[in-house]
Design a protein around this ligand. Structure first.
Ligand code: C5P
Length: 355
């Protein structure tokens, strides 16, 4: 009996991590397809509208779960008292602490759309693993955690793997120099295939930075107060504060003109709705992973999804998987990096030939 809360926590941990692997694998493929498949004469849907809808869905889901938690912690409360209890816990004196992660997550969610619209799915997924590195760095800087020499070596290896995907990938060495010099001098980066690779790469690096910083901040905040404030109340606060940048900066300021021209739902199709649903679900799963496991486990699960989506893509699109490759994750990860590099190389060669 005494071990049952611990067992319950362990099973929540495991199930949330497994769900995150599946959600991440599906999301990258579906999202990439939703951004890059031709929609005919329809304009492509606006990422800002999707970011806002995801926050609205997460807010409603978190509210429902927070009410459920309140009923459990206050069994004596009458139904009419629940709204007061709820608003008191949501607008508590420390709720302002969620303003920073809300703004950063909204920025990150928008950057992910930019990245995935400009990079192929594999390059995006592998490069986004830089968040493992940034999470560790922010854990050391902000939480004073330390890591072993072996873990440092693993991180260096990871960074090299990511760099490998970029070599002759979204940007060849020459283009790097050219684009960076042009950017530093304030010049315009031309809208070619290569420059979208550059844009995607910058977006995914920036998203990895915000991911590391925000998840470390959120983990500390949630774990320091889990006994007094439920995870779902924290998530209601997070989504509530996210609505403001998503609505005022993303939808109205950035895309207001396009929305008034074409409408809020222009370019929406079932694939877009699936992307939104998967993203909202993923946000809730990430919250559970951070609270019941930790950020390192969350990122490990997310990186495992590379293997899952690789196998899924191979099965769905009948691409042969090379038999001699070891199936041990480090080799598989390395192999995926190589595959992404070859894929980019081929694309670039065919572009050069066509040009
Ligand atoms: O890639 P990463 O793990 O940093 O992604 C975090 C995602 O989870 C973001 O889309 C963020 O909005 C979402 N999230 C959430 N609720 C939390 C923590 C993260 O919706 N409590």
């Amino acid at each position: 009996q005494a071990s049952s809360p611990r067992q319950w926590q362990l099973s929540v941990q495991r199930s949330s991590l497994i769900l995150l692997v599946l959600q991440n694998s599906a999301l990258v493929m579906v999202m990439h397809h939703s951004r890059n498949s031709p929609t005919g004469i329809q304009p492509r849907y606006l990422a800002s509208t999707a970011v806002l809808l995801v926050e609205v869905i997460k807010l409603l889901a978190s509210l429902t779960l927070a009410i459920h938690d309140l009923r459990n912690t206050h069994p004596e409360a009458k139904a009419s008292e629940i709204p007061t209890l709820l608003s008191r816990s949501i607008f508590a004196s420390d709720s302002w602490k969620l303003i920073v992660p809300a703004a950063l997550y909204t920025l990150q969610n928008s950057l992910v759309y930019v990245a995935i619209s400009n990079l192929d799915a594999v390059t995006f997924q592998v490069t986004y693993q830089l968040k493992i590195l940034t999470t560790v760095l922010f854990s050391i800087l902000l939480l004073g955690r330390s890591i072993s020499l072996r873990q440092w070596l693993a991180l260096i290896l990871l960074t090299l793997g990511v760099a490998l995907v970029q070599v002759s990938g979204p940007l060849a060495a020459e283009d790097w120099k050219e684009r960076l010099t042009s950017l530093i001098r304030g010049g315009r980066v031309l809208d070619t295939h290569v420059s979208s690779g550059f844009k995607g790469l910058m977006a995914v690096i920036a998203a990895s930075l915000t991911s590391g910083l925000t998840c470390v901040y959120f983990e500390k905040l949630v774990k320091d107060s889990l006994a007094s404030v439920s995870l779902w109340t924290r998530n209601v606060q997070l989504s509530f504060f996210s609505l403001f940048p998503a609505l005022f900066i993303g939808v109205l300021w950035q895309d207001g003109a396009a929305i008034s021209r074409n409408g809020f739902f222009a370019g929406y199709n079932p694939m877009v709705w699936l992307t939104i649903a998967l993203q909202a679900f993923g946000g809730l799963v990430v919250a559970v992973c951070i609270a019941y496991a930790d950020n390192v486990a969350k990122n490990f699960a997310a990186s495992l999804s590379i293997v899952v989506s690789y196998v899924a893509t191979a099965i769905m699109f009948r691409t042969p998987m090379t038999g001699h490759v070891s199936t041990r994750p480090p080799f598989l990860f390395f192999r995926i990096c190589l595959l992404a590099r070859d894929n980019q190389k081929e694309k670039q060669e065919s572009l050069t030939k066509a040009g």
